[in-house]
Design a protein around this ligand. Structure first.
Ligand code: NAP
Length: 494
């Protein structure tokens, strides 16, 4: 077997590769070839990374925010220069098709540019005082050391979302990438290093969630953890972090619906459903996993959808003509196939439902795009599958569609296809979700807008946009009394 690159831990501005360390490898889900080897970090490694971040914090906090912004702008430029290469790393390590691999990297470029500009804003408020000769304002201050724990499905975009927002706000960072996409995480860290982020300001410890992740959560010097991943892990992160009273920012799962109304442009909706459900092999937190269709267009639309899927190509994700690549790992494949088995027992399989075999398929984790016709209430219609499996549910009215859409534990993204402007705005009011699209699928966030969900999708925070700055900063309230006498709020009422 060809030897693979041996990546170290990044602590205090140095790459550390202890020869005796336990290691793990990442593999290409399209070919099962190993890509790189990483240190399986320990609690002691986390301790050193947090110490480095603590030591680097005062100088980074004191660095003027516009200067921090110029370093992030360097990072944006370097990431853009490396886009083609890193986009291929994304595709090879995680399996999304190359156009989406490049999109993953572009999202980081966009966000770094956006956050670089925040270095010249980081706005506070000025507020009138109830007393004379008194000036009241707020300023934003960093929290200190923050941890960023990220999933594999947007393996460069999500680390960039978290780290750029944390760094522009003046925090120092300990980053733990998902183990199965540690090379993508490494590429992001190298960009920040080359952009001039000072030693200790950004540290990366690779290794398992159970060891590295929990050591981060247990360390009282880490004042915040920004976590994206599954609901069950998120719950554990929340509970464990309570011991040290950290701020916890959770971005978790989804069961995102498209409501297809009887007056919709069906051709437009067809493109949207295909991209929403089967883009990234259904492994986006915002992926369309439920299609709730008005009975008047149900048969026609489903027929057209199945016909289009017959022409949909699954294969080598580096090939530009491929519609859908593999799923991300053996674990993912196993879990999705279990849900497909469940679907066969509780719903009607309308398309797909198999592991693909023969030729390139035998080397990786390839599944057919899958459609079930089901009633609302089955497990496949309510649980997050996180794969290329779409549940189609027939309804008789807009009101029923909304009831079905809302009757799940999640609330990340949602969409309605309709030509009725009143109904579109009603859906914006009615759908329990952090994001609602009108006449577009549930995926496709833009970095300058807040991103996050309601119900079990999170704990109320938002990623991206200026909302990210609110997550990663403390607000300090400042009262300046220039009256030269003691003035008492609520007591001196004249
Ligand atoms: P996951 O299994 O929950 O893992 C996420 C991260 O947490 C990984 O880095 C993982 O490390 C780490 N981790 C695991 N156990 C931990 C523990 N006990 N303490 C601390 N960290 C721990 O999720 P995933 O399978 O990578 O990602 C898929 C999920 O992410 C889906 O549910 C999807 O909906 C969600 N997601 C949500 C959003 C959003 O913004 N709402 C965006 C993308 C994805 P290891 O890799 O070493 O296990």
């Amino acid at each position: 077997m060809a030897s693979v690159e041996r990546v170290g831990l990044f602590i205090g501005g140095r790459w550390e590769n202890p020869p005796a360390a336990r290691r793990f490898e990442t593999v290409n889900p399209a070919t099962r070839e190993p890509l790189a080897s990483f240190v399986a970090g320990t609690a002691a490694d986390v301790d050193r990374a947090v110490t480095a971040a603590v030591q680097a914090f005062p100088a980074w906090k004191a660095t003027p925010a516009p200067k921090r912004g110029s370093i992030l702008l360097n990072a944006a430029r370097i990431l853009a220069e490396r886009k083609e290469r890193i986009g291929r790393v994304v595709t090879r390590e995680m399996g999304k098709v190359i156009s989406e691999g490049l999109g993953d990297v572009q999202e980081g470029v966009d966000f770094l540019q956006y956050m670089a500009g925040e270095g010249r804003r980081l706005f506070g408020e000025t507020v009138p005082s109830e007393l004379r000769h008194k000036f009241c304002l707020t300023v934003r201050q960093p929290k200190g050391v923050v941890a960023c724990i990220t999933p594999w499905n947007f393996p460069t975009a999500i680390p960039n979302w978290k780290m750029a927002a944390a760094l522009i706000s003046g925090n120092t960072v300990v980053f733990k990438p998902a183990s199965s996409t540690a090379l993508c995480g490494t590429e992001v860290v190298r960009v920040y290093e080359d952009a001039g982020v000072p030693p200790g300001v950004l540290n990366m410890v690779t290794g398992s969630g159970g060891v590295v992740g929990e050591a981060i959560l247990d360390d009282p010097r880490v004042r915040m953890v920004s976590f994206t991943g599954g609901v069950e892990t998120g719950r554990q992160v929340y509970v464990r972090s309570a011991q040290t009273l950290k701020k916890v920012h959770l971005e978790l799962g989804g069961k995102n619906p498209i409501l297809l109304m009887e007056d919709a442009d069906l051709g437009l909706a067809l493109d949207g459903v295909l991209f929403g459900a089967f883009g990234t092999s259904g492994q986006r937190c915002t992926a369309t996993s439920r299609l709730i269709v008005h009975e008047k267009v149900y048969d026609e639309f489903l027929g057209r959808l199945v016909e289009r899927l017959g022409r949909f190509t699954v294969g080598d994700p580096l090939d530009l003509s491929t519609g859908m690549g593999p799923v991300a790992s053996a674990d993912q494949e196993k879990k999705i196939l279990e849900y497909i088995d469940l679907g066969r027992s509780e719903a009607t399989l309308r398309y797909g439902g198999t592991k693909l075999t023969g030729g390139v398929y035998d080397r990786g984790y390839f599944l057919a795009p899958t459609i079930f016709e089901t009633r609302h209430g089955t497990r496949i219609s309510k649980e997050e599958i996180f794969g290329p499996v779409l549940s189609v549910i027939k309804v008789g009215s807009y009101d029923e569609a909304v009831r079905v859409a809302n009757d799940v534990e999640y609330g990340l993204s949602s969409s309605i296809y309709t030509r009725d402007v009143n109904r579109a705005f009603r859906a914006v009011d009615d759908l329990e979700a952090g994001i609602t699209y009108v006449n577009a699928p549930t995926i496709g966030a833009e970095v300058q807008l807040p991103f996050g969900g309601v119900k079990n999708t999170g704990n109320g925070g938002r990623e991206a946009g200026t909302a990210a700055i609110e997550e990663f900063t403390e607000v300090k309230t400042v009262y300046v009394d220039f009256s030269a006498k003691l003035q008492k709020a609520q007591i001196d009422t004249e």
